[in-house]
Structures are given as C-alpha cells and as structure tokens.
Design a protein around this ligand. Structure first.
Ligand code: NIG
Ligand code: FE
Length: 404
C-alpha cells in the first residue's frame, strides 16, 4: 500500500553518509530535510523531499506528521537475547570488587547462564525472547541481530538456533531478525579444550544446520581462555565453504590480532575492540569489515572504551551496538548506549546516527537499508519530538512511536 507522510519536522536521510559508505563523516552528512515528506510502498521508498515539493499525484494520500522526526531504522547489530535466568548477583559481586575474568574462573559468567538456559524450556526461552524483542522495538529498534551461544551443547544450540528462526518468522516484516550462530561462545568444563569442543559440537552442528538455511552468520568469542586463533580459522573456513558470513568478538579483554584475522576472512564485522592495537586499527580502516563498538559493555565492566576516535579518523566503518546479554552488558537500548557514549567517544551526530543505522546495517550485510533514499527499503524509525538533537540530548527518554 502506498503511503505519503508530510510535514515531518525532520527527515534524517543520511544521504551524505551513504554516498561516503559510512566513512569520514561530518555533521552535514546527516543530510536532514526540514519540513519533509516521504512516499513509500511495502518494498521501497519512492520519493523524499520537502513537503512543498510533494508531487501532485501523492497529495490525496498525505498524512501530516507535524512534531515528528523520521530516521533510517535503528538497528541493534549485536545482541545475545536468548538466555535463561539472570546474573544480578554476579553484577553485585563485580561492584564489590571481583572481576569478570575471576567470576568466569569460578564457574560463573557465561557458563552460569549456560546452566540456566539449559534448565529453561523452549517455550520459556521463546516467551522471554519475545518480551525482550518487543521492548527493543518500543525504543524504535526495527532490525535486531540475535546470537545463540548459551546452550553450549549440541542439542540446546540446535534448539536455540531454530528458536531464533521461529522468532524471525514470527516478527517479519515488522521486526527484521538476523540469526547468528555463536555455539563458540565458551567451552563447557566437560570438554578437554576449545579444539575438542569445536570438533565435537561447533563444527558438526554447523554442518547439520547449514542445509536448513537458518544461519545468517557465524560468530566466535576469540579471547584468551575461550577460543584461539586456530579455532577461529577452523570456524571461518568451514563457514566460508558453506557460503555463510562471519562475525567475531575480537580484542575485547586482550589484544589477540582478532581484527586482522576477521579481515583476512572478509568478516562482516569485528566487535568489541577494547584492546585493539594500532596495526589492528589501521587494518580495519582499510577494510570493508565494520568495526562494531559496544560501549555499554565497557561501562558495565568498568573498562575504558574502545579507541573509537582513532578508528573513525583512520576511516573505518564504525557501528555501535548494545551487546545486550545477561553478564557483560545488561542494557537493551542501543539508542541509549550510543547517546550516552557519544561525548566520551567524541562522535559527531552523523557518526552517532550512522553507527546505529547505516553502518549497523552494513555489519549485517544489509546494503539496501540505513539511509532514506528512493529505491531503498522502507525501514524507518519515527520519533515524536521536535528535532534529532532532542533525541540524543534527552538520553534515556523514549520518543519512539509506531509508523501510522
Ligand atoms: O559479548 N564476550 C562474549 N560474550 C558476551 C558476554 C556474555 C556474557 O557475559 O554472558 C559479550 O560481552
Ligand atoms: Fe557479545
């Protein structure tokens, strides 16, 4: 059905950012149209411009949206929202001085959530995931990447990947879900080593799931005491041979040249990067791999933020995501995360908004969304407020409303 919205206070098109492929952005690359109008159908944007220039043939459809701001759809390109239980006690312990790494060594952390996830029924996991997805959507987030990775055995990881596929089918097209296979999230104590777990669970399960065409990308926690560079090579080579895209958790707690390894395999994104080296920054800047910052995790773990400015100045495509998970970042609102970290990361407005729209879409391999340009997908976020600046200025306040 054809729709025409007029009198929008601002349409944030990101046309400038799109033409620069999300790199080296200045504030003007927001390419804002004031008093804007837009025409679109279910599959694409047909016309964008000032309300006074709306072509005659669309005038009888026009709905006034005075007092609203339209942006490209907000995307959360890194979440772990399928999990059982919570880790509130662990967070309290961390505030009381125990580190994330120490908690993991004591059998807490990801392995604790693994236990709670395995104790939860499929329906419980599905229902809690639905509640979480609806909550994200209420903030204006319309595309959500969801990782498996708390089952950590053959049966439960299989179940969780199919559960994410069920979520994807339930919510399409209102909410677009991207299914990431992260069986390589941690190594349960019953395995001798990460290589043993890769050989017995991660690789055979990937081979079983691939023909079902439910996986959009694979991911791995490339980190000391979790998975090695050899494990990453094994997973990425297998994924590539099956035609599946790669993503990685890289250089988070230690620098392990994770970004370079991701680039070598043409990964869609390398995420975290708190400890990335200067050569890693240079490599990402010269690549198509998106550098995904997860500032909420640094805040939640009490660690310094990733070197976002150096990545941006080098020319990397930078996205910002929530990392919403029960342990290292129990915050589900990427718009809040981006708004509250912008001053610390020294992001201009175009970098901030591209980070959660255009570049976040690129981190999922979605080339036809993230800007408001005729021909692109009609995926938007709508906010009831006077200008874009009011959204980030009031961080934490929710202005998102549904499209008419
Ligand atoms: O992205 N780093 C690995 N995975 C999550 C943490 C998950 C957890 O602590 O439960 C992350 O930070
Ligand atoms: Fe993560």
């Amino acid at each position: 059905m054809l729709k025409a919205l007029i009198d929008l206070n601002e349409i944030v098109t990101l046309k400038g950012a799109h033409s620069k492929e999300g790199r080296h952005l200045v504030a003007d690359d927001l390419s804002i149209i004031k008093d804007g109008a837009i025409v679109y159908d279910e599959s694409k944007i047909l016309w964008v411009g000032e309300t006074t220039r709306l072509p005659e043939q669309y005038r009888n459809l026009a709905q006034s949206m005075k007092g609203h701001v339209l942006t490209p759809e907000v995307v959360d390109s890194h979440t772990h929202i399928v999990f059982g239980g919570d880790r509130a006690q662990e967070y309290a312990d961390r505030l009381n001085g125990v580190s994330y790494e120490e908690i993991a060594k004591r059998g807490g952390g990801i392995l604790y959530t693994m236990k709670q996830t395995n104790e939860a029924s499929q329906e419980e996991l599905f229902q809690t995931a639905c509640e979480r997805i609806e909550r994200l959507h209420s903030y204006g987030i319309g595309t959500i990447e969801i990782k498996s990775g708390y089952g950590l055995n053959f049966e439960k990881e299989f179940e969780v990947t199919l559960l994410i596929d069920r979520l994807k089918k339930k919510y399409a097209p209102r909410i677009q879900i991207f299914n990431t296979y992260l069986a390589a999230h941690d190594v349960p104590k019953s395995f001798q080593s990460s290589a043993d777990y890769m050989a017995k669970v991660v690789i055979p399960l990937l081979e079983k799931l691939a023909p079902l065409k439910v996986i959009d990308a694979v991911d791995i926690f490339h980190e000391k005491n979790y998975f090695t560079a050899d494990d990453v090579e094994l997973l990425f080579n297998k994924a590539q041979s099956l035609g599946i895209a790669c993503k990685t958790h890289a250089d988070e707690l230690n620098d392990n040249d994770g970004a370079a390894l991701a680039i070598k395999h043409g990964a869609l994104s390398a995420d975290h990067l708190l400890k990335i080296s200067s050569s890693g920054i240079k490599a990402l800047a010269g690549s198509q791999t998106v550098a995904t910052l997860l500032p909420g995790t640094a805040f939640f773990l009490g660690k310094p933020l990733a070197p976002g400015r150096a990545l941006l100045d080098g020319g990397a495509k930078v996205a910002i995501a929530s990392d919403y998970n029960p342990g290292s970042c129990h915050c589900d609102n990427v718009l809040l995360v981006a708004s509250m970290s912008a001053a610390q990361l020294k992001l201009n407005q175009a970098e901030l908004w591209s980070g959660i729209t255009l570049n976040a879409s690129a981190a999922l391999g979605f080339k036809n969304q993230g800007a408001i340009i005729p021909g692109m997908k009609p995926r938007f976020s709508l906010f009831k407020t006077e200008s874009l600046s009011h959204i980030t200025y009031n961080w934490g306040r929710n202005f998102a409303v549904s499209l008419p």
